[in-house]
Design a protein. Structure first.
Length: 295
């Protein structure tokens, strides 16, 4: 009886081990034996990075896993992927499965649900999935372009090396340094000038205020001045000057005769000339005019 009991225990342990092994393998393949699920067929053109048990998420929540990956018998260019979705997760027609392979993490399939549809896929339907081009895919697409840029980069680096080794570059750098120093000195001088100007601004403002006050006083004085009387006085003076000028140009007065009578001018000139000769003769021959007798 003990022998039979031991064999039964060994058999039960073996069955449990087989069950655990099957459960573990199924779990690693994305099958949860304790959770009801629906199976769907999704085809991709490229499943690089995709593995069994890859999670399927909706808005970040895991709602299923990849069960198996194999070539599509009807179209060898595509890969048929069987997925297990949790029970109660229905997929509206028009929804999309998007495969995304992250750079540092694993692959994940995003389910973009079409909430506008009231019809749902069944297990016999085949859903077309798409692949999201991530950083790795973009990098692989850019490799040919980078390869084409290598000769250009080499040429650019060669040109930079020639430029760096050129002695004129050092001179240019020194010239730039000199220009920078001159600009610094000019800026300092400008700051000093602005400082002095700030000091003089109050004085200039005060002078302008004084000048403005003087102009205002002058304007008030001009307003209070009797311009009519001043104009009449100036007009009278101008008339007197005009009268004097007219008298000087006519011969009915002494000054007018002196200025306008040529004969009188000649007579006066002759008289002055004779007087000059007489004075000269008196100076040269005084005995003719002065008779001095001594007793």
């Amino acid at each position: 009886m003990d022998k039979v009991t031991k064999e039964i225990k060994i058999g039960i342990a073996f069955i449990i081990a087989i069950f655990l092994l099957y459960f573990g393998i199924s779990f690693l393949r994305g099958i949860n034996l304790f959770t009801p699920s629906n199976t769907y067929n999704v085809v991709f053109d490229d499943v690089a990075g995709l593995t069994a048990s890859t999670p399927i998420t909706i808005n970040g929540l895991e709602v299923g896993k990849v069960y198996s990956i194999q070539l599509d018998e009807n179209n060898p260019r595509r890969v048929l992927t069987k997925i297990n979705m949790n029970k109660g997760i229905d997929i509206p027609i028009g929804s999309k499965f998007v495969l995304d392979v992250q750079m540092l993490g694993g692959a994940v399939i995003y389910l973009k649900v079409n909430y506008d549809s009231n019809n749902y896929y069944t297990g016999s339907d085949t859903i077309v999935g798409t692949r999201h081009k991530g950083a790795l895919d973009s990098a692989s697409d850019l490799i040919p372009e980078f390869a084409g840029l290598i000769p250009k980069l080499d040429s650019i680096l060669t040109g930079i090396q020639v430029l760096v080794n050129d002695s004129s570059l050092v001179k240019s750098v020194k010239d730039v340094n000199t220009i920078t120093n001159n600009l610094a000195q000019s800026t300092q001088a400008l700051n000093v000038m602005l400082t002095n100007l700030n000091k003089d601004v109050p004085t200039i403002t005060s002078n302008l205020a004084t000048s403005t006050g003087n102009l205002s006083k002058l304007s008030n004085d001009l307003q209070t001045m009797d311009l009519v009387s001043t104009y009449q006085s100036v007009d009278s003076t101008m008339k007197n000057i005009q009268y004097l000028s007219s008298k000087l140009t006519t011969k009915d007065n002494t000054i007018g005769l002196l200025l306008n009578d040529k004969q009188m001018y000649d007579s006066i000139n002759s008289t002055i000339s004779n007087a000059s000769q007489l004075l000269k003769d008196v100076k040269d021959n005084p005995q003719r005019y002065i008779n001095v007798k001594v007793f």
